[in-house]
Design a protein around this ligand. Sequence first.
Ligand SMILES: *Cc1c(COP(=O)(O)O)cnc(C)c1O
Length: 236
Amino acid sequence: MNTISFNIEQVRARIQAACQAAGRAPAEVTLLAVSKTFGPEAVRAAAACGQRAFGENYLQEAVEKMAQLAEDADAPTLEWHCIGPIQSNKTRLVAEHFDWAHTVDRLKTAQRLSQQRPTHLAPLNVCIQVNIDGGANKAGVMPEETLALAREIAPLPGLVLRGLMTIPEPAADFESQRAVHLRARALFNQLRAQGLAVDTLSMGMTSDLEAAIAAGSTMVRVGTAIFGGRPMKTTA
Ligand SMILES: *Cc1c(COP(=O)(O)O)cnc(C)c1O
């Protein structure tokens, strides 16, 4: 068994244990394999163990990887999630190549994605990124502005608003991780209570996926625990 398939089994076991501890069904939590900085061979190895959803941060790198993988003779259909920052001049790449965008935090980005979504593709699934712990320099809409933004995005024809996404500051212990994730969950519940048909709470990474699942995450985004450590990268 290669390293990646071993790691995926480990991560699946972590998800299963966390679901069990939380009294949730493992099928409620989707594993998104974050393949940024790793080449097509890493994606192939993960796909060979049944992994289908992949997250990418750097758009040019991602699009090149998709093109390389598309040349494989018996390539399975993969689902691509943009989880990196989306600058205005990059919306077209996201609209044309991805199935999901997790990092929408302003109406203008959503409008461009909707307009640029090719009509032969299904609408783009989007999550609103929420700055859940209020960090000054962080991406994401502030929690108190999330409902208003969700109401503006939901009707856009080229998009389907699926839910919320967060990247909290790293916290060392389970309880503080869970406390922040519970704030995202409360916001998510509030959207649903207001009639928005959202079903996705994208939160939890290698170091906090158990706490995220305990708080109600439906999609964990895991890179390091599957593919190993990444070289530092500072540009998008
Ligand atoms: C890189 C990244 C991840 C994966 O992080 P790991 O700690 O390697 O699991 C998840 N979400 C986002 C937005 C990322 O940029």
